[in-house]
Design a protein around this ligand. Structure first.
Ligand SMILES: Cc1cc2nc3c(=O)[nH]c(=O)nc-3n(C[C@H](O)[C@H](O)[C@H](O)COP(=O)(O)OP(=O)(O)OC[C@H]3O[C@@H](n4cnc5c(N)ncnc54)[C@H](O)[C@@H]3O)c2cc1C
Length: 474
């Protein structure tokens, strides 16, 4: 049996990689990665610099790991819908295997590849999530639209298997025909894609992903139930990009956390619950692929969003005058990450305070988040806006000052990202415009010069949103 194992960017690991392990057990194995211009054309890659940096770093490590096991990652350029069927024929493989994608773009690609492969079987494995997206249904056979019943069904019906170890060795790649060798290219470095490496992006690759999870489970994991909401603390696992690119499998994260946090049941419950939110996001995307362009709730179609270029620019650059919102904007651009609580606050601010279409913010996050993931990002944006599945009710409008005071009481998060506010006292750190003149002078702040005044008044913005939403939603 000769198998082409197609790594597709969401499975960049050798441990717990069922298609690879099964292929190796069955005989000749050719590991393949295709540099598809859909992502790798420099003009495309430059649009998503943080994700691409992480991706190529992870790809380079994958190639090294496969080599250490006695094989070789064959890397070729070209459109995967053309290259994969052509290679499969040139190599005379008996089948092509890989992991299934839930995203519509991946499904369309796979439909075309299946058609072009014709008589050659193309076997897609489940594994990007713990449960097969779309399989869990309510008692009446409909998709879940609320998280808690989904999580209950998950707990009842899904058995999460133990992760498989990496193979001890892999069969060497057979001699490749010249036509295939001619297509081979090196794994790119960020510079090849026109990306200047950013040292603040988390390290890619399987080893770094495992190390992050281990450090979390040995450290802050024990109090995750409390720490997860504190924006100034490193209280979360930071494995979102690892799950997104599959440098660690979902079941490895689930299994290790379940075991390691056994003595901290509250933290364990809270952490596993977040992993189930990820499951939910994929389930929603499976049932409703249109959410990537439309609100989940039909009543939100045609919502009267405002064109507010000045507001948009302030939100993107972190100059709205609301410290938590500005800190998150700068964290995003600087290190390709935003704390979950800050994501909720800033998403709500864009959609509700500024009445800017949430899809613009969603797209901006997808450009700069290293963990930018279509399913989870869309769920988060639609939740924060109030138009999504199990969303925060639309009439609840986050107050960025109160959110800051509650989840960043000493202002550690804000001070880290807005050094111009570093010397302001805790009492004013989330509302510098309320600080007495003497306090501002002491902290070296000149409002409107060193830090902006709020671009919109909270009470006014709240009323404006409520009136607009009521008018549209009835
Ligand atoms: C507006 C908005 C946009 C978001 N965009 C993304 C995105 O593009 N990619 C992404 O992975 N997450 C996204 N999230 C969810 C969440 O913010 C991140 O998963 C989390 O902050 C990542 O940090 P962590 O790995 O330390 O998380 P932890 O708190 O340690 O959680 C562990 C894992 O659980 C999963 N998870 C946690 N919370 C959620 C959630 N609400 N929805 C789905 N999965 C979750 C992630 O895979 C995460 O790595 C978004 C949330 C919001 C509100």
């Amino acid at each position: 049996m000769r198998t082409l194992v197609w790594f597709r960017g969401k499975d960049l690991r050798v441990a717990d990689h069922a298609p690879l392990a099964d292929a190796a057990a069955a005989g000749e194995t050719i590991p393949l990665f295709v540099l598809d211009p859909y992502f790798f054309a420099p003009e495309r890659a430059r649009e998503i610099p943080h994700r691409m940096q992480y991706l190529v770093e992870s790809l380079a490590e994958l190639a090294r790991s496969i080599e250490k096991l006695g094989s070789r990652l064959v890397v070729v350029g070209g459109k995967s819908t053309e290259v994969v069927p052509a290679l499969a024929r040139e190599l005379g493989v008996d089948r092509v295997v890989g992991y299934r994608w839930t995203e519509p773009v991946g499904k369309e690609r796979d439909r075309r590849v299946t058609k072009a492969l014709a008589e050659i079987p193309f076997d897609l494995y489940d594994g990007e999530t713990l449960a097969t997206p779309g399989k869990l249904l309510t008692g009446s056979g409909t998709p879940f639209a609320v998280f808690t019943p989904f999580a209950n069904a998950f707990a009842k019906d899904v058995v999460v298997g133990a992760p498989r170890r990496a193979p001890r060795s892999l069969p060497p790649v057979p001699k490749l025909p010249r036509s295939v060798v001619a297509r081979e290219v090196a794994v790119p470095v960020p510079e090849d894609l026109g990306i200047t490496p950013n040292p603040r992006i988390v390290r890619g690759g399987e080893a770094a992903a495992r190390a992050r999870l281990r450090a979390f489970l040995r450290g802050p994991g024990a109090r995750y139930d409390v720490g997860r909401d504190l924006m100034g603390e490193a209280g979360t696992s930071r494995v979102s990009q690892d799950l997104k690119f599959g440098t660690i499998s979902a079941r490895a994260v689930f299994g290790h956390a379940k075991e390691a946090l056994a003595e901290h049941p509250k933290a364990r419950r809270a952490y596993l619950n977040e992993l189930v939110w990820r499951e939910f996001a994929y389930d929603v995307l499976e049932h409703r692929p249109d959410v990537l362009s439309e609100p989940f709730r039909p009543a939100w179609q045609g919502f009267p969003w405002r064109e507010d270029e000045a507001g948009w620019r302030a939100w993107v650059s972190g100059t709205t005058g609301y410290p938590v919102v500005d800190a998150s904007a700068r964290q995003l651009l600087t290190e390709g990450f935003v704390h979950n609580r800050a994501r909720m606050i800033t998403a709500s601010f864009l959609a509700k305070h500024l009445l800017v279409d949430f899809r613009r913010g969603e797209e901006h996050f997808m450009r700069f988040l290293t963990d930018g993931d279509w399913a989870a990002n869309d769920l988060g944006w639609q939740w924060s806006t109030g138009c999504g599945v199990d969303a925060q009710p639309w009439f609840r409008v986050f107050n960025p000052v109160l959110q800051g005071a509650k989840f960043d009481a000493r202002g550690a998060y804000v001070r880290r990202w807005l050094p111009e506010l570093a010397n302001l006292g805790d009492r004013w750190i989330h509302q510098p415009w309320e600080a007495p003149a003497a306090e501002l002078a002491r902290a070296g702040i000149v409002l409107g010069e060193t830090y902006p005044r709020p671009i919109v008044d909270h009470a006014f913005a709240r009323q404006r949103f409520l009136a607009t939403a009521k008018g549209h939603l009835g």
